[in-house]
Design a protein around this ligand. Structure first.
Ligand code: LRH
Length: 466
């Protein structure tokens, strides 16, 4: 009988249930459910609708049951850094605020006197991003100190969903590292740091590695969805899952996990927490098997997603890509400029940047999309050169995984700007990586090497030469 495994992969703009099973050594996948995700304003704060997302999780589970494809195990991954605080009755305290909200503005000024940024990086290896959990918790401490006082538990978003399914609380390691409160040496919470910042220590849950069996459905969930299922922790940080599915066993594989963000980097055995690495804004995120993802966050397709929305979805991503390739102007923006993080209008933000820097201002949709795609590719080129300097390695290929691997024009530009052969695919890398951890936990795949070989054997990869 076929054994199905289920990945629930929720990104900043959509979520999906993907069932996977093995056929003659290859992975076969089937999408069972897809749903919208996005931020909505509540009490002036940009929030995720976690209740609705949990409803969608259950709808997708019911669809699997209806199709007679009941998974033997499942795991959930989402974007990083966001969390909930639970009170003694397991109720969420306050709004479920998303990382693009303004509440973290200026919070670095409150963290800095407690611990200088250089020292913070030396201790955690995590790149400064104003939306990291460390700064979000400072915002809660400032604006809603009662929430921190009443809190009994802090759970990252996927940990929270998995708690709702199983009644078991845990902090999955890969996502925990994005709080900037975990030590890359001990791979555990840095309680000394947590105490220095005045965050209550007891809310931090035990850290569990991907592959850990969290539990099975609660009686209530079992009744509602109609079956029971084991919940196995994947790399719950979506980027952690995506990088697991880079189809290469080469020691020096360079990748971009391309989605709402472009995460560009390599995998390493040790974290680099040096001052040079900090100045270049590289991060050392925790990965499967205690490997590190040494990478840089680049603003990514969020810029195109925002533009598409502002154009009232008149064009598909494929059309925007195609239009951009037809009509280009030479202007470039710095994708990592903070003005692009959550602008009221991406169009105006891009135009404003070009105007301020004396460049031609894009007006038509094709020009705007062109400036964004070419600026991203330009940023990838610079980042590769920085990675090569930091690691002392020259890379031949660049793997592009995730939804962005579909953007043919961007892939071509990327090959040109980096001078690397671009290997694009798989596009569903995050769900695949999630499934791979379950398959390894179940002993179907021996180890990470076997998992990556399986990805290589199972999915199409497109090649773009520089
Ligand atoms: C990508 C991602 C990224 C984080 C950001 C918050 O979805 O998880 O790795 O930096 O969202």
């Amino acid at each position: 009988m076929t054994e199905y495994y289920l990945a629930v992969d929720i990104g900043a703009s959509s979520g999906r249930h993907i069932l996977g099973h093995m056929e003659q050594g290859r992975m076969v996948m089937e999408e069972m459910h897809r749903f919208y995700n996005g931020l909505t304003v509540k009490d002036g704060e940009a929030c995720w609708d976690l209740e609705q997302l949990f409803e969608e999780i259950k709808i997708g589970l019911k669809k699997c049951g209806k199709a007679g494809k009941i998974p033997v195990s499942m795991g959930i991954d989402t974007w990083a850094v966001d969390f909930v605080l639970l009170d003694g009755n397991d109720q969420v305290l306050g709004n479920t605020v998303g990382y693009r909200d303004k509440r973290t503005e200026g919070m670095d000024r409150l963290v800095r006197p407690v611990i200088p940024e250089k020292e913070l990086y030396g201790r955690t290896g995590i790149q400064k991003q104003i939306f990291n959990t460390i700064y979000q918790l400072m915002a809660v401490k400032e604006k809603h100190p009662d929430h921190l006082e009443k809190a009994e538990a802090m759970l990252m978003v996927p940990d929270y969903f998995q708690f709702l399914l199983t009644g078991k609380r845990a902090s999955e390691y890969t996502n925990a590292t994005t709080t900037q409160l975990v030590s890359p040496k001990t791979k555990d919470w840095d309680f000394e740091l947590i105490e220095m910042l005045g965050y209550p220590k007891h809310i931090f849950q035990p850290i569990k590695k991907p592959g850990t069996v969290l539990g099975t459905f609660t009686e209530e969930i079992r009744r509602e969805v109609g079956f029971d299922c084991q919940v196995i922790l994947p790399a719950t940080h979506d980027t952690g899952s995506a990088v697991l599915a880079v189809p290469s066993n080469e020691e020096n594989a360079l990748y971009i996990s391309s989605g709402t963000w472009s995460l560009m980097g390599v995998e390493r055995k040790e974290a680099d927490c040096t001052e040079e690495s900090r100045r270049l804004n590289f991060t050392n995120e925790g990965g499967y098997d205690h490997r590190f993802r040494y990478l840089k966050n680049i603003m990514g397709l969020w810029m195109i997603q925002s533009l598409k929305k502002e154009l009232q979805d008149a064009y598909s991503f494929a059309e925007l890509c195609e239009m951009a390739s037809q009509e280009s102007i030479p202007s470039l923006v710095d994708c990592n400029d903070s003005r692009f993080l959550a602008p009221e209008s991406m169009t105006e933000a891009v135009q404003g940047y070009c105007k301020e820097t004396g460049q031609q201002v894009p007006a038509a949709p094709a020009q705007l999309a062109g400036v964004i795609y070419r600026s991203l590719a330009d940023c990838y080129g610079k980042t590769v050169r920085e990675i090569e300097t930091m690691t002392g390695v020259r890379y031949k290929n660049l793997h592009v995984v995730g939804g962005g691997a579909n953007a043919a024009y961007l892939n071509q530009l990327t090959a040109a700007s980096t001078g690397k052969t671009v290997l694009a695919g798989p596009t569903e890398a995050t769900a695949i990586g999630n499934l791979m951890v379950q398959l390894m936990a179940k002993g179907v795949l021996a180890d990470l090497e076997a998992a990556r070989q399986c990805v290589y054997d199972s999915f199409e990869i497109k090649i773009y030469e520089p």
